[in-house]
Design a protein around this ligand. Structure first.
Ligand code: SAH
Length: 216
């Protein structure tokens, strides 16, 4: 079966698993997942599973990418911050649905791979930074939407601070004694609301502790 045929089969599967937003489904249809997965996993590029990428990280399961993207409720003029660029797949899907994607990755090698893919796909509304995403991107804040694709025990304060009033953040949070859950956070005029909506398993969100220590 061709990549094209497998891609269409995957879209049908996402539909049958409850993804209803047609803009999200067509954004996923526009991104060739095969260029984001290693050569040895080409035949599985359109399976609905997470796959290993460089630096011991993973490209998320398509259903999780779709569910997170749908939960973001994106509008075409929005500015979105992503933490955990990885392969660049999620950022590429987002780039079709919003005005600009700011994406941060702590592994330089992964970011270099992702940047090559953004150029190859002519996605020109993605800006990148190598560093610790738990600190956010203060120069470009606030963000109407924030998506975190690695899991920590708590929601980083800098990300809460950099979310616009009326904004939405989707983040996996590790729950004691259980797997992780995807949490949808909304910032209102007088605070934040938080709802868990899906069990997930992400690689860890790793803050830059050395930097914290050197700041005393
Ligand atoms: N969104 C990616 C998958 C992410 S895997 C994709 O579509 O392929 C999670 C990524 O988060 C990994 O690449 C990991 O290196 C990165 N990461 C973990 N902690 C981080 C941090 N504090 N800042 C930035 N990136 C981080």
């Amino acid at each position: 079966m061709s990549h094209e045929a497998r891609r269409i089969r995957l879209i049908m599967e996402l539909r049958s698993q409850g993804i209803t937003d047609t803009r999200v489904l067509s954004a996923i249809e526009r991104v060739p997942r095969e260029i984001f997965v290693p050569a040895s996993f080409q035949d599985q590029a359109y399976e609905n599973i997470a796959l290993p990428i460089e630096s011991g990280q993973t490209i998320s399961q398509p259903l999780v990418v779709a569910a997170m993207t749908e939960a973001l409720e994106l509008g075409p003029n929005m500015k979105v911050l992503e933490i955990g660029t990885g392969s660049g797949y999620q950022a590429s899907v987002l780039s079709h649905l919003c005005r600009r994607v700011y994406t941060i990755e702590r592994h330089r090698a992964l970011m270099e791979g992702a940047e090559k893919r953004f150029a190859e796909l002519k996605l020109r509304n993605i800006v990148t930074r190598v560093g610790d995403g738990t600190k956010g991107w203060s120069e470009a804040a606030p963000f109407e939407r924030i998506i975190v694709t690695a899991a920590g025990r708590a929601v980083p304060q800098a990300l809460l601070d950099q979310l616009s009033v009326g904004g939405i953040m989707i983040i996996p949070v590790a729950v004691e004694g259980r797997d992780q859950e995807l949490v949808k956070i909304k910032r209102t005029a007088d605070g934040y609301t938080q709802d868990a909506f899906m069990p997930v398993r992400f690689v860890p969100l790793i803050p830059d502790r050395a930097d914290e220590a050197s700041r005393g």
